[in-house]
Design a protein around this ligand. Sequence first.
Ligand code: ATP
Ligand code: MG
Length: 212
Amino acid sequence: MLTLALSKGRIFEETMPMLERAGISIAENPDTTRKLIIKTSHPNLQIIIVRASDVPTYVQFGAADIGVAGKDVLLENGIEGLYVPIDLGIAKCRMSVATKEGFDYNSAVKQGARLRIASKYVQCAREHFANKGVHADIIKLYGSMELAPLVGLADAIVDLVSTGSTLKANQLVEVETIMQISAQLIVNQAAHKRHRSEMQEFLDAFALAAEN
Ligand code: ATP
Ligand code: MG
């Protein structure tokens, strides 16, 4: 039996069609069941439902054999012990810097100002500003990053943006794109060695679904 770790929401919703293309369906919907272990129609595959940021942890420790995690999560968490064979091209968004409307970000950067940056993505934010040679004090938040510039907690935020409507609703503007983000298939390296033949069927199915 192989275990696939997924998070509820967009990762689950966008991964399911990929499994369905391989003829695999699920017995229960994670939005309506309280169960955290979900059987599939495939006798050798079960799904566990975990927080998005916990997916790499379950796979690194071998509690799940494979998982689907955003590039953002992998960059923050690290990929020790993981094999990342397929960019699934789902749950797409970008990681960007945003400020309050009217804040002159480019001038602040040019003048070498010290910026206060609020983010859930502290590693990515730190690396981005270090590469630009900008002095940045990073403040770790766990959610609602959009609020930080509005109440003076930070000059800017580093957050994920897809349509930009949340930024707009809060009078924020995207001033710089850091990178494009999509979900990646991750595999426990040891499990991959041990169960190579059992796993290959699923890796092939994901690779095929990702191409389409
Ligand atoms: P949690 O809700 O458990 O705190 P999360 O907000 O990271 O975690 P989701 O909102 O389900 O969980 O996002 C999962 C992944 O989807 C993200 O890690 C990211 O890779 C991707 N994603 C795509 N678009 C967006 C977006 N607009 N906002 C946030 N994440 C997005
Ligand atoms: Mg969320």
